[in-house]
Design a binder for this molecule. Sequence first.
Ligand SMILES: C[S@@+](CC[C@H](N)C(=O)[O-])C[C@H]1O[C@@H](n2cnc3c(N)ncnc32)[C@H](O)[C@@H]1O
Length: 319
Amino acid sequence: MMETPCTVVPLAGTRDDDFAQCLLHGLSRPQKEIPCKYFYDEEGSRLYEAICELPEYYQTRTETMLLARHAPEIARRIGPQPEIVEFGAGALKKVRLLLDVVRPRGYTPIDISGDYLMGVTQTLAAEYPGLTLRPLVADFTAALAIPPLPGAHARAGFFPGGTIGNFRPEAATGLLRRMRASLNGGGLLIGVDLVKDPARLHAAYNDAAGVTAAFNKNLLARANRELGADFVPDAFAHYAPYNPTARRVEMYLVSQTRQSVTLRGRRFDFAAGEAVHTEDSHKYTPDSFAELALNAGWRLAAQWRDADDLFMLAWLEAL
Ligand SMILES: C[S@@+](CC[C@H](N)C(=O)[O-])C[C@H]1O[C@@H](n2cnc3c(N)ncnc32)[C@H](O)[C@@H]1O
């Protein structure tokens, strides 16, 4: 018998052409900064996948273990014949654990890294005949109107990877609120990195092989590739300390010397030791995350954690 082919129906996306504007703006601020979403071009997505394999990076291993272990209960909470919408879908690896058990009607992976998303979607399509795939290249922080999928009973959101931690609490609340609106009453399965021993956090963002440093510096290499800037990436150092008061890892690129960079005809001066802020990664306790979710109109209905309390998978239901 012939198997039903998988249908790939790309949704109309919004390619993000703001990189130049954001960079010009961010480098003009007293505290220079580059928004972390620009880490992810094709090279950045590949480097992120390499980070996930690092011995120091416990997040991916732990979240994957939790998904595998609790998939049957997660499937019961999601219900039959849903559409899964994943925010910041990356390599589409973790979702396979859900697809195998939930057996959804369709899957809509959303990511800003467009070429990478389309490539990994084609690979997934070959493995899941009968599944409707609707890749959406977009910035998930925007209000997204995702058209209903014919035949799907409900919509369930999936937001793994601890990506919620990249948003300051006020922005995270707004994002969770918009996700709630785009899920039309469906629940949200979300991965949350937990507060833990600062040494463990420091190691995870300062790996011995230097992959996180390469990921951080890719921002500058990307500006050279796409915008014709003249950064010398190795003239900046990766710096990622844990701030225990704010409960977040902060990532910077620190200028190693006094130097100037030209971007779109404008010159930017960097003092020796001057830092460009590139990412925050907020850590939560189960209670502090439940409070954040509540402020965004979600109830933390179930949670699953590993024995060492490194990471939490939470199931949120709309209030
Ligand atoms: C930390 S990675 C997580 C990837 C994957 N979900 C996982 O758990 O392994 C964050 C992902 O979100 C995407 N991303 C980051 N900011 C985004 C944004 N504003 N809009 C859409 N995608 C975004 C990145 O391209 C990347 O694939």
